[in-house]
Ligand binder design. Structure first.
Ligand SMILES: [Zn+2]
Length: 447
């Protein structure tokens, strides 16, 4: 029997509508009791004083690149889930753009075996939509679902062929699996490496227009409506995409969407270092697909997240090695390491008064769970909530703590972030996954 009693925290559980001071008691990996003073009656417990801190369900990420198998130099299941634990995450959905791609029962089973052996938190695999992510032939969706995938995606690339996408969506209705699309039309972004706008012009870099995303969002919504499938739009980045998604949902289409902390808070100006206006340089750590956009996009994304047009915050944690980034901009790998900074960066919206803390927590916990109906999967009932009987996954947060981002200190192998040296306000103090403490800082006080 292991018992953990978290005393006197400000418990925010959006799934239950709970928002007040209470104790949380975890017994044998499950939430046992939640309420004022509930921890006092428990004997032989490991005790944590959460006075002045927020206690929430553990975060759930729909979009994590763990890189294993095949790219263990960038990240492993061990280091990626350690990074997740430090970021308050207790569940991550692992993208299939590994080597080999997660396109077969054997590949899925090997990831689950490795996760069983070395993961610090729960790993739910995502299967590829097409064999080898080549965009030519569909994977066996029923077989992948039986092996344990929670969604399908060729993320990193879009499924470009509209007819193949239609068939993928149509096929998925048999298994009720979400099809998660990285929406960027390859023929419109071919030579582009950042947002098509004035910064790209100033730097002399070719751009990826907002319309490259929006045309594919529009196309895929039409296809999903045609066949009645569940389309999930990964990392929405433009105001135009938000409008398309809002209209589709208004019509009752089965369309869900996620947004990353970086697309919510950083613009294309992040790509440029301007020491002065004579010398202007670029920062490959701000290179990501889809690219960082403009202020008006950020505002539309934040409003859509607040209003529920966007269902979830997802990290698109994309670790890379130093040599993938310390090269010419055109050649640099796209992506940001994000798990360890996601909460602090997203908290900017709360501190700016544009999002309430309970809504932010909703979009990090029960929001993503409901988006992909993860709590309907056997063994995952009670994911994303602190209801008695739920999984013992908890994040303890200090919304006001300021800290400086030090990429060298990340658990992730990926140090590729434009946030290095910057101050974030909002910190994960401790993380409990499946009833075990998997992350704690000096701010956590044991009683
Ligand atoms: Zn993507």
């Amino acid at each position: 029997m292991t018992t953990i009693a978290i005393h006197n925290g400000h418990v925010i559980d959006p799934a239950l509508g709970q928002d007040g001071i209470a104790d949380v008691v975890i017994v044998d990996g499950r939430i046992a009791r939640v309420g004022p003073g509930e921890g006092d009656a428990v004997i032989d417990a490991e005790r944590i004083d959460a006075t002045g801190l927020v206690v929430s369900p553990g975060f759930v990420d729909l979009h994590t690149h763990l890189r294993e198998p095949g790219f263990e130099g960038k990240e492993t299941i061990r280091t990626g889930t350690e990074a997740g634990a430090r970021g308050g995450y207790t569940t991550v959905c692992a993208m299939p753009n590994t080597m080999p791609a997660l396109d077969s029962r054997a590949a899925i089973e090997s990831v689950l075996r490795e996760a069983e052996a070395s993961a610090r938190i729960r790993v739910l695999p995502i299967g590829a939509i097409t064999v080898g992510r080549q965009g030519k032939e569909l994977t066996p969706q029923g077989e992948l679902q039986a092996a344990g995938v929670v969604a399908l995606s060729d993320d990193g690339d879009a499924v470009a062929d509209p007819s193949l996408m239609r068939h993928a969506l149509e096929y998925s209705t048999r298994f009720n699996l979400p099809i998660a699309q990285h929406c960027e039309d390859p023929s419109l972004v071919r030579d582009g490496h950042m947002h098509e706008g004035w910064v790209a012009t100033r730097l002399g870099l070719r751009g990826r227009p907002a319309s490259a995303e929006e045309t594919m969002v529009a196309r895929d919504i039409a296809l999903a409506e045609l066949v009645g499938a569940h389309l999930h739009i990964c990392h929405v980045s433009t105001a135009g995409s938000v409008a398309l998604i809002a209209a589709a949902r208004e019509r009752g289409a089965r369309v869900t969407a996620e947004v990353t902390p970086h697309h919510l808070t950083l613009t294309h100006e992040e790509v440029a270092f301007a020491d002065d206006y004579v010398h202007i340089r670029y920062n490959t750590n701000a290179k990501v697909n889809p690219p960082l956009r403009e202020e008006a996009d950020l505002e539309a994304l934040a409003n859509a997240l607040r209003d529920g047009v966007i269902d979830a915050i997802a990290t698109d944690h994309a670790p890379h090695g130093v040599n993938d980034k310390a090269i010419e901009f055109d050649l640099a790998a796209p992506g940001l390491t994000m798990l360890e900074t996601a909460f602090g960066l997203s908290m900017r919206l709360v501190h700016e008064g544009r999002l309430s803390l309970p809504t932010l927590i909703e979009r990090l916990t029960i929001g993503p769970v409901r988006t992909w109906r993860l709590d309907e999967i056997p063994g995952l009932q009670g994911l994303g909530t602190l209801a008695p009987g739920a999984l013992g996954d908890v994040a303890i947060l200090d919304p006001d703590a300021e800290w400086t981002v030090e990429p060298e200190a990340f658990a992730s192998k990926g140090k590729n972030t434009p946030l290095g040296g910057k101050t974030l306000r909002g910190r994960v103090v401790a993380t409990i996954a499946n009833g075990q403490i998997v992350h704690e800082t000096e701010r956590m006080v044991a009683l």
